[in-house]
Write a protein that binds this ligand. Structure first.
Ligand code: SF4
Length: 667
């Protein structure tokens, strides 16, 4: 067995799991009325069948004040029939399933609960909702705690194998636990013991309600990452008290939704928060789960082998590839479609009130409708362009039995995904390209690298269908001086084909412009291993080291015409990009227009005033234009022509892979 620790069984208070993989709860938006839908079942069943040890679903609101629309409701008996359907389906597929008990407290927006005011430990305004909750009366507290217990009993009735109490991320239990949000002066506030009391009593009540043999999991923050809030020591003390109250397993994650420390973005290192689980493990005797950015079996195996924890969670990793457990078990780990932490399809969709999907797996959430069935009539298909759209289309078409020839004019596959290689914290985008290429290598796809398809080449093949996935071309805005040799395209810079001087002005504050600025500003900063070496040897002062990672050798200014930069970056990631730019000393000028480029300067207009920015080099990130000339040239020469991805209209990689997949299904 290639991953012996990962695939060893484990028992949690009598619940036997076939392996150490836990799919932790994530909001999916597949239950618009709160009732289990076929869509939700169709999503979870393949994951159970593939061999996920335990699936945790939710959050599941425990009362009508709990939180959010579109959740899997558990607060009334009328939801039982749907929940039973879900648990039976997962059991029939060989899996185990738990329900996450959710009460968001001050993270609930009043609009989600019929305009009523949410409650919390104290009336402390929520940065997430912009609203101030009311403090729960002492007399109300037992009632709310009972709702947790009642929901747990209901979960048992519905066939769930366990429940998980959501005690992390800044939700109600965390709000009682934290001195930031708990200003009470009664027995639930003040000392650490008092602040722990609400959560401890929830577990005690729950244990009494479900009996000794029903597994209780607690999702806990190993550190809230909130200034003035709870840290590692408090988390350990809380875990010890919760274990005494009856918790069987701790699922340890990072900080609150309000923290400024990123938790889920691409630049969080893989398994970066395992140390938090290790901290909790040192304080308890029951098993502990490590969470956050564990998205491949190699990392998971290493965490279990040497990390001192007992299980690992993968949520987005299994959204991205439901077959991950099976592939790992069957020696096909090289064919896993890794979650790359982009959040484009999952969190960014959820934050915009759309159902979750996935950049690398467009089928996620559509398992019942979008199936890659064998083609009724195998065709000869030419795909032109080896970026994400073209590769995804070629792969899907080949998996369905079509004969596929893929042209890529560069000498490698990946298209624009490869431009992320040098950008700090964006390297996982290259993983998506690598994963697609790995599949194409296994399939009978004729990949022709270094060959730009033209009409003659296509005609010679006599295809039944041609898919134009030729991507886009960067635009050159009509600015005087744009043709100067010290003006380069960001794509050329990021591809290593161009260099720049010390003072750089980036024209365009879209995603590409900001990420280019991140790359430029990071040049000359201390690499991680050097930082580690210097820290470990106490070679430099902390101040010197911080300066070493915060300041590189370039001076970078971004000029953006709109009032807001990075508008095309998803909500979950944009704030982290802006924070990184600030940390690295990049100046971002919004509402500013570049009007001329000269020798050593860029002239801009901002607020009606002209200004000169010093610049040794200028980098253009002024958008791109679809490249689809071949489509018109082939019109009438082949029976079917499709134009997909950026060749249709420049957008995100999420759109490219979805169109590639859907076109692959259509063929
Ligand atoms: Fe992972 Fe991105 Fe897919 Fe979300 S959309 S599951 S972050 S690959």
């Amino acid at each position: 067995m290639q991953f012996p620790h990962l695939f060893s069984p484990v028992s949690i208070n009598g619940m036997n799991l076939q392996n150490r993989i836990v799919m932790t709860a994530m909001h999916l938006g597949y239950t618009p009325e709160g009732t289990v839908t076929d869509r939700l079942i169709d999503f979870y069943v393949p994951r159970a069948r593939s061999g996920v040890g335990l699936i945790i679903v939710g959050g599941c609101p425990i009362d009508e004040y709990a939180g959010m629309a579109n959740m899997i409701c558990l607060h009334e008996d009328r939801f039982l029939p749907g929940l039973e359907r879900l648990t039976s389906a997962v059991h029939d597929a060989g899996g185990r399933i738990a329900a996450q008990l959710y009460q968001a407290g001050r993270y609930t927006h009043s609009a989600m609960i019929g305009g009523r005011q949410p409650f919390s430990a104290s009336a402390v305004r929520s940065r997430l909702t912009g609203e101030t909750p009311r403090a729960l009366d002492l007399a109300e507290i037992p009632e709310v705690q009972e709702h947790f217990a009642e929901a747990a009993v209901r979960a048992g009735k519905a066939g769930f194998d366990a429940v998980e109490i959501l005690g992390s991320a800044g939700y109600l239990i965390s709000q009682f636990f934290s001195p930031l949000t708990n200003l009470r002066e009664d027995r639930y506030g003040g000392s650490l013991e008092n602040r722990m009391r609400f959560g401890v009593e929830v577990v005690e009540k729950l244990r009494r309600a479900v009996g000794p043999d029903y597994p209780i999991i607690m999702r806990l923050a190993g550190n809230d990452f909130m200034e003035g809030g709870n840290g590692n020591a408090e988390a350990r003390a809380f875990a010890a008290a919760l274990e005494k109250a009856g918790v069987d397993l701790f699922n340890v994650t990072g900080g609150w939704h309000e923290t400024r420390v990123p938790q889920l973005t691409m630049h969080v290192p893989r398994a970066g928060y395992v140390y938090l689980a290790q901290g909790v493990k040192s304080a308890v005797g029951v098993p502990v789960l490590a969470s956050n950015r564990i998205n491949d079996p190699e990392t998971a195996e290493e965490v279990l082998r040497s990390g001192g924890v007992d299980l690992v969670t993968m949520a987005r990793g299994l959204l991205a590839d439901p077959e991950l457990p099976r592939k790992a078990r069957e020696g096909k780990a090289h064919l896993i479609d890794h979650c790359i932490g982009c959040n484009q399809g999952c969190f960014d969709s959820i934050f915009s009130f759309r159902p979750a999907t996935c950049l690398v797996n467009p089928q996620a959430g559509m398992e019942g409708q979008w199936r890659a069935e064998p083609a009724a009539q195998p065709k000869r298909v030419v795909v032109i362009g080896g970026g994400p759209a073209g590769m995804k289309c070629a792969r899907t078409a080949a998996e369905r039995g079509h004969e596929v020839i893929l042209f890529e004019k560069a000498d490698r596959l990946g298209g624009q995904l490869l431009l992320n290689r040098l950008i700090p914290g964006r390297g996982e985008m290259v993983t998506a390209a690598r994963d697609l290429a790995a599949h194409l290598a296994e399939l009978p796809v004729d990949v022709r690298l270094g060959q730009a398809a033209d009409v003659a080449a296509v005609k010679e093949i006599r295809p039944d269908a041609v898919v134009i996935a030729t991507g886009a071309r960067p635009m050159k805005p009509p600015i005087p001086g744009i043709e100067r040799p010290d003006v380069v395209q960001s794509w050329d810079l990021l591809d290593g084909r161009a260099g720049v001087g010390r003072r750089v002005v980036v024209i365009g504050g879209n995603a590409v412009g900001l990420e280019t600025a991140l790359y430029l500003a990071s040049i000359g900063t201390l690499p991680p291993e050097v930082l580690h070496f210097l820290m470990a040897n106490r070679a430099e002062s902390v101040e010197t080291l911080l300066n070493g990672i915060d300041r590189g050798i370039k001076e970078v200014v971004v000029v953006e015409m709109l009032k807001k930069a990075g508008k095309d970056i998803g909500q979950s990631t944009r704030w982290t990009v802006m924070a990184e730019l600030k940390r690295l000393g990049v100046t971002v000028l919004t509402g500013a227009k570049a009007v001329a480029i000269g020798d050593g300067f860029v002239e801009i207009e901002k607020d009606g005033e002209a200004e000169q920015l010093q610049a040794d080099s200028v980098v253009l990130a002024a958008g791109s234009r679809a490249e689809r000339g071949l489509a018109a040239a082939l019109e009438g020469l082949v029976p079917e022509i499709y134009v997909i991805g950026d060749a249709s209209e420049p957008r995100k990689a999420l759109d490219a892979t979805r169109e590639g997949f859907r076109t692959g299904l259509k063929l």
